[in-house]
Design a protein around this ligand. Structure first.
Ligand SMILES: Cc1cc2nc3c(=O)[nH]c(=O)nc-3n(C[C@H](O)[C@H](O)[C@H](O)COP(=O)(O)OP(=O)(O)OC[C@H]3O[C@@H](n4cnc5c(N)ncnc54)[C@H](O)[C@@H]3O)c2cc1C
Length: 456
């Protein structure tokens, strides 16, 4: 349990730190993320750390004065993880934004936490290498935030999520000590895997100040397929047929008809005229064209039309439809982005179940999904003056979770628990697991000053 700091404690902490903002507009911006959650108040101050020393200093003082600290990267989170209220101080690491080294032989890059995801790929592309975890927010989210949420993305279908691409970390603990986790070898099993524990810990165990990333060789060939379907269940069944065909797409994304219409309205494209559901698939590597052929054969029985291309420009246009899906829906109203995961064979049942929840609750639900991972993003859209944390939106969110559970799945595939999904966490992981997680938190952060009330 966190003790609220005394005013003099906050003042003393802030006096000893540099780059502290007191500006109310800055504090309001720095106390929200992209989840649509509106905190009841704004944080007391924002500290803009520019170095590991700044983070160490801030956390030492926060421990001394018992000040709750909310770590912040780029603020694109969708679970309320970096939201902050009065009585807390935001520790923003976005200015720690340097790529420290790239080793093309070992295929590794060492980066500070504020580096944007897309910047890693821009820097490593000249070496013929890429960093695989690619959230749709790649241009605006930070590596530190990706590590803290164990972010996923489209290429995770083949290359795995953030945890599979982070070799080691430097983490400042609540008391200011610097912990090194992981190792820069591909293999290594000495001791407990604290690297894996930090990844996905949502800023509750420490502040990531450096990450060594594993890079992959850029595939020489990429082949793209765009398929349209009469309805969403047909597209979901086609996605399962691809998995059944025993090929490994590098991208397999599902978009429903309502979302296609929103994307068209924002982008001036014509996807919705071509079908009521859409699958985007890519295969890559030396066998890309062979795999593409098998993929087309697998989905053709379900599709109303199938387009394929190996032209990079056309492929980028098709990928943009998926990357712009969330911003397009955010133009329709306030959006609560669900993030359930189900077994890949049960995608069609999940899509059907979501339609039933929408009918039952009267809440509009749009669906996009990383289909190869069984990770669906049901998007609840309400009016701009309606709540996404109370009323029908909350009922729909709860029903979605129970749907995922019924299908043997999970509450969150990649966005994290943050603030918004805590009500259902124990139901998924069980009381014993949650008790142990709280004990682990207490070992790392005995005073409970790091992102209190988030994650677990
Ligand atoms: C349009 C859009 C599309 C998106 N698509 C995807 C997607 O495809 N896949 C996906 O996984 N996510 C997606 N997201 C969600 C979001 O981009 C990710 O969760 C991302 O990893 C958050 O990074 P950030 O830098 O913005 O972190 P923030 O929002 O600043 O923080 C997120 C969490 O990480 C903690 N944190 C941040 N930095 C650090 C640090 N250095 N040390 C310790 N803790 C830290 C915060 O306290 C918070 O709990 C999307 C978001 C948007 C707006």
């Amino acid at each position: 349990m966190t003790t609220l700091p005394s005013d003099s404690g906050v003042t003393a902490l802030l006096a000893a730190c540099r780059n502290v903002s007191t500006d109310p507009a800055d504090r309001a911006r720095g106390g929200v993320d992209r989840s649509g959650y509106v905190p009841a108040s704004i944080p007391d101050r924002i500290i803009y750390a520019e170095s590991t020393d700044d983070v160490v200093q801030a956390l030492r003082l926060a421990t001394h004065y018992r000040v709750p600290i909310v770590p912040r990267g780029a603020g694109t989170g969708l679970a309320g993880g970096s939201c902050a209220t009065a009585g807390s101080v935001v520790l923003d690491v976005s200015r720690m934004d340097k790529i420290l080294s790239i080793d093309p032989v070992e295929q590794q890059a060492v980066v500070q936490p504020g580096v944007l995801n897309a910047e890693v790929n821009a820097a490593t592309a000249p070496y013929g290498l890429f960093y695989a975890p690619d959230p749709a927010s790649t241009a605006i989210c930070s590596i530190g935030g990706n590590v803290a949420t164990n972010a996923g993305g489209m290429w995770c279908a083949k290359y795995g999520v953030t945890r599979e691409s982070v070799l080691s970390l430097q983490v400042v603990l609540a008391d200011g000590r610097i912990l090194k986790t992981g190792r820069n070898t591909i293999k290594g099993v000495s001791g407990y895997d604290l690297n894996a524990l930090i990844i996905g810990s949502e800023g509750t165990l420490g502040v990531v100040v450096e990450a060594t990333l594993r890079l992959r060789p850029q595939p020489l060939h990429t082949a793209t397929v765009a398929a349209y379907f009469a309805d969403a269940p047909a597209a979901a069944r086609a996605a399962s047929a691809i998995i059944d065909a025993r090929i490994q797409p590098s991208i397999l994304e599902f978009i429903d008809g309502g979302t296609l219409a929103a994307v068209d309205a924002m982008m001036g494209t014509d996807h919705a005229r071509r079908g009521n559901a859409f699958l985007l698939a890519q295969t890559d590597g030396y066998g890309a064209l062979l795999e593409q052929q098998v993929l087309i054969e697998a989905i053709t029985p379900y599709a109303t039309s199938v387009e394929h291309t190996d032209d990079a420009g056309r492929a980028a246009e098709l990928v943009a439809a998926r990357r712009n899906a969330i911003p397009a829906l955010q133009l329709l109203g306030r959006v609560s982005i669900g993030d359930i995961g189900v077994s890949r064979k049960r995608l069609a049942e999940a899509v059907q179940g979501l339609a039933e929840i929408s009918t039952r609750t009267g809440v509009k639900i749009f669906v996009i999904a990383h289909a190869a991972d069984g990770n669906l993003h049901p998007m609840v859209v309400v009016g701009n003056d309606e709540s996404i944390t109370e009323g029908p939106a909350k009922v729909a969110l709860g029903e979605m979770f129970h749907l995922a559970q019924r299908l043997g799945g999970t509450l969150t595939g990649e966005h994290g628990i943050g603030l918004l999904k805590q009500d259902w966490l124990e139901e998924e992981v069980g009381a014993l697991s949650l008790e142990l997680q709280h004990k682990i938190k207490a070992v790392f952060d005995p005073l409970g000053i790091l992102n209190p009330g988030k994650g677990i």
